[in-house]
Design a protein around this ligand. Structure first.
Ligand SMILES: [Ca+2]
Ligand SMILES: [Ca+2]
Length: 354
């Protein structure tokens, strides 16, 4: 009887694990292959070899690029070098990426930038919010951009227990933001378990100097976050669910869900075109290739444009696809004046004229 019971329990556990594994493989598009769909006027950006995970562009065409992310379980081509913030002027005929100097006193050695967001204040002062992972922790670094000096002045570091595993951020004033946590746990083994079991425990938090609180939860892995040009809606990507959640923003900064859009591909960060409200997503066509990096069969890249997201039938256009032979692991796509920048978690970055 004891043996029968043990066998039954084993059978149930095996069936459960098998089902979880299959669900996980489906979620990450483990067997998805796409035909390349390249754009005619593109080139790789000189000087970006170790990632360009997130990009934000000012109304005047200056693009900020976070580069050099070291993320647990993810490939990194420059593990010993600190990360950096690059600047590109998209008004130039042949824009170049240059590294921004960061003011003295900031710990550059442990700089590990991830999601970023810019904010232009009423006095035209430009602030850059950066998700940082010094010593594998999560902080937000707030900088002021000084264009004449090509530099960032570090204003403050924000640490909080609600920022346990930050991924992306969207500024809503010069000192407040929404941010996503992409995992509930912080220990590696528990992170894998969380993903494998499909626990929807990650969240969005709101920060201002006066308050810090969770404003949305129930995401498998909250990732990219951005805001509509009129400031009424916040877009939250659930990477493991392959979805974008459209959230209405209220006067007290709370968020309520308006709708959820499902996609075939795994969206990472989202950029919002401030002129027409279009949403651009940097996507991972096949998550298995991303998590199990093989240089012989690298992860590809995919870019989606989503128009009229609030309408009954948003238009979703696949703008770019690559099998990884040009660009690997795209995480962001950002546009300005018919120019497209595609950034990646750990690989290069592409500049295209549309
Ligand atoms: Ca961002
Ligand atoms: Ca991200």
């Amino acid at each position: 009887m004891g043996k029968l019971l043990a066998l039954a329990v084993l059978g149930i556990v095996a069936a459960f694990l098998g089902e979880r594994l299959q669900t996980f493989r489906n979620k990450i598009n483990a067997s998805r292959e796409l035909e390349p769909k390249r754009l005619p006027n593109c080139h790789l950006i000189k000087g970006i070899e170790a990632g360009s995970e997130d990009i934000d562009i000012l109304p005047n065409g200056l693009a900020f690029i976070s580069s050099g992310l070291k993320y647990p379980g993810m490939t990194c081509f420059a593990p010993d070098k600190p990360g950096k913030i690059l600047l590109m002027d998209l008004n130039d005929e042949n824009p170049r990426a240059t590294e921004l100097r960061i003011s003295h006193g900031f710990d550059m050695a442990s700089f590990n930038p991830h999601g970023i967001s810019t904010y232009v204040d009423k006095d035209d002062a430009v602030y850059l919010f950066v998700v940082n992972h010094p010593q594998s922790k999560s902080t937000v670094e707030l900088f002021k951009f000084v264009e004449e000096e090509n530099s960032l002045v570090h204003l403050k570091t924000i640490r909080h227990e609600l920022l346990q595993s930050m991924n992306d951020i969207v500024a809503v004033s010069s000192n407040s933001f929404y941010a996503t946590n992409d995992h509930y746990f912080t220990e590696h083994i528990l992170i894998y378990l969380e993903l494998f079991l499909g626990l929807a425990w990650t969240n969005v938090v709101y920060y201002s100097p006066k308050e810090f609180r969770e404003v949305a939860t129930g995401f498998y892995s909250a990732n990219g976050i951005n805001i509509s040009p009129d400031g009424k809606y916040v877009y939250v990507v659930d990477l493991m669910d392959r979805s974008i959640h459209v959230m209405e923003k209220h006067a007290n900064w709370s968020l309520t869900e308006v709708k959820v859009l499902q996609f075939d591909t795994i969206i990472d960060n989202v950029f919002v075109d401030r002129y027409n409200g279009d949403i651009w997503g940097g996507c991972h066509p096949n998550g298995m290739k991303l998590f199990n990096y093989d240089p012989e069969n690298p992860p590809g890249s995919e870019v989606l444009r989503i128009q009229d997201i609030l309408s009954e039938k948003p238009t979703v256009t696949q703008v770019y696809v690559d099998d990884g032979s040009v660009l690997q692991a795209s995480s962001v796509a950002a546009v300005y004046d018919k120019k497209l920048l595609i950034g990646t978690i750990f690989h290069r970055a592409l500049y295209c004229k549309l």
